[in-house]
Design a binder for this molecule. Structure first.
Ligand code: ATP
Ligand code: MG
Length: 565
């Protein structure tokens, strides 16, 4: 909240403040209008944060409206997931609407436009209509059906509705100007015939309104003051205004902002659907997907996504945002709230030869250095431990400050240990590391003031909880996966190594208790999130069972990508 006060107003805030100041409106009403033809992605999150955020800031409200005018691709599964995702992000709509609720009203208004001589039934095929539309430099040709009488148009339109005609045989068009410099005005199609079952209206309709005819009128019916959409709709704005003006209805206004693009991913629902359908990912909520449910499963918090959207601001020109900025927002939030635990992902056994056999000690560990109120926990320590394989090297290079023969390191929260030797298998691989410990260093400090250069994490072998851990890399290897030479598709840019599964991970035992009870976030099931010390942020995956814990790595502790560039 401090941030919003400090930064400059964005262009939408300026418009809203001006309108409130001069009394154009007393309060604002925005809407988020998804088409229920897929799951929401991070681009939608930007639109959600903007629409709900502006309303919240100015004491207004936001409607959720399903833009369900295309029955072929839409489904209630999507309707449900969309509501879930908005709620999870922390927003609540004032009321929920469906463009399909307005089909009767839209039909009546279409008849009204016919009566005013502003709409006609065209018998040309879609192909003919396309050909006769002209180009930006060449005016279009009038349809031979353009001058039908009002009576004939009303009769034909009623019969279109009654189901007398085949799909594609006729359309209803606005009668504007086939030579208009804005192509949108060259008698745009208002209705098409589509004998398809609709997920809400069933078989009642076999004509469906086009986006341009439905959207503005839906906004107007709800008295939306600010209809915010992405830049590609700016050329549609005059038509949006035209329908509203001809019908003399509530003057909603459309404003455009630049859509969010992120590097190393694709964001069109059509392509995301293809990734799911063709099995390149494990569902819409695969943690590598840029969907909101994918980010949730990956361990992102609503706060991190909201702060990301706030941070990128509202642009008027298209740009590409770095994925690292999303990770930065996640790290920033999880650093404040995630409980620290110890986990070993790639274990190697350590035996502390001078530690009493059969003894277990409980050592105190800090849950979250960023929040004292989170307190401490007890971590069991014993003679046999696991450490990370990469934290031991038999023949280390210079400046390797972890464990190696003859060196002393600190075991976090525990003792100083010195490596005394190793055991190897027949191939010469180290299987066990032998150490001695200094009992005077309990808690991790030497009373004689002696220092060690390295501190490593560990888990007591006999107490450890087993887990599977999934590590993710970018889903696409190319910065702009959609930029492909001819003959290739975005699928050719998939990163074949985007998922790595580690089956033999060891966690400190308290984690088994931590994850016992399911958690909800804004009423939606959410994962348990942790920082595994020195490794990164991790969260439980829904594939987890009491017997088999599965964790996802949400992100590393540092930005490993930026470094690589
Ligand atoms: P897609 O092309 O991914 O299918 P869409 O624009 O067709 O997206 P809708 O369901 O129609 O998806 O979008 C709902 C709202 O979300 C619209 O107002 C749209 O402008 C906005 N939106 C969609 N994608 C983005 C994006 N990448 N950045 C910002 N807003 C977006
Ligand atoms: Mg769309």
């Amino acid at each position: 909240m401090e941030e919003t006060n400090e930064r400059q107003l964005n262009f939408l805030e300026e418009i809203i403040e001006a309108g409130l100041a001069d009394g154009t409106y007393q309060s604002i009403l925005t809407r988020f209008p998804p088409e229920p033809n897929g799951y929401l992605h991070i681009g939608h999150a930007k639109s959600i944060c903007l629409n709900f955020g502006l309303a919240k800031k100015y004491g207004g409200k936001t409607n959720l409206r399903f833009d369900d005018t295309n029955p072929v691709k839409e489904d209630t599964e999507y309707v449900d997931s969309i509501q879930n995702d908005i709620r999870w992000l922390g927003f609540q709509w004032a009321s929920i609407h469906y463009a399909s609720d307005y089909f009767d009203q839209l039909y009546e208004w279409a008849c009204e436009l016919i009566k005013k001589g502003l709409a006609y039934v065209d018998d040309q095929s879609l192909e003919e209509i396309r050909q006769n539309r002209g180009t930006v430099t060449v005016p279009g040709k009038d349809s031979p059906w353009r001058n039908r009488s009002v009576e004939e148009n009303l009769d034909l339109f009623a019969r279109m509705k009654a189901g007398e005609f085949e799909d594609g045989s006729r359309v209803l068009r606005a009668k504007i100007d086939m030579a208009h410099p804005n192509m949108q005005f060259r008698d745009p199609i208002m209705y098409r015939i589509l004998h398809a079952h609709h997920h809400r209206t069933g078989d009642k309709w076999c004509i469906y309104p086009m986006y341009d005819y439905a959207h503005g009128q839906s906004d107007s019916l709800e008295h939306i003051t600010h209809s915010i959409c992405t830049l590609e709709f700016d050329i549609h704005r005059p038509l949006y205004d035209w329908f509203i003006a001809q019908l003399g209805i509530f003057p909603s206004h459309q404003y455009e902002f630049a859509r969010l693009n992120i590097d190393y991913t694709v964001m069109s629902k059509r392509k995301l659907l293809q990734l799911v359908k063709e099995g390149y990912v494990n569902g819409w909520d695969d943690p590598r997907m840029p969907t909101i449910c994918g980010f949730r499963r990956r361990g992102y918090t609503p706060e991190s996504i909201r702060s990301f959207c706030d941070r990128i601001g509202v642009a008027k020109r298209d740009n590409i945002i770095s994925y690292s900025l999303l990770e930065f927002s996640l790290r920033e939030h999880l650093n404040k709230v995630a409980q620290r635990r110890m986990a070993v992902l790639d274990p190697i056994k350590v035996v502390i030869d001078n530690y009493p056999e059969g003894q277990t000690e409980l050592l105190s560990a800090i849950n979250n250095p960023e929040n004292e109120a989170d307190g401490t926990r007890q971590v069991p320590f014993s003679r046999e431990l696991y450490i990370e394989r990469e934290d031991f090297m038999e023949n280390p290079p210079k400046k390797y400050f972890r464990l190696s023969p003859g060196t002393e390191v600190r075991l976090r929260y525990a003792y100083f240990v010195t490596c005394t030797g190793v055991e190897k298998d027949a191939e010469g691989n180290v299987t066990v590391v032998h150490c001695t410990y200094d009992s005077a260093t309990r808690g991790g400090d030497a009373p004689d003031g002696r220092k060690v250069k390295g501190t490593i994490h560990w888990v007591s072998a006999q107490h450890a909880v087993d887990a599977e851990v999934r590590l993710f890399d970018r889903l696409f290897a190319a910065e702009a996966p959609d930029d492909v030479p001819e003959g290739k598709t975005f699928l050719d840019n998939l990163n074949p190594e985007s998922l790595k599964v580690l089956k033999n991970c060891k966690l400190e035992p308290v984690v088994a208790d931590d994850v016992k009870n399911p958690v909800e976030e804004n009423g939606v099931a959410a994962p348990h999130r942790f920082q595994f010390e020195r490794l990164g942020y991790f969260c439980t995956d829904p594939d987890s069972t009491a017997e088999h814990l599965v964790f996802n790595r949400s992100c590393t502790l540092k930005d490993s990508w930026a470094k690589m560039k």
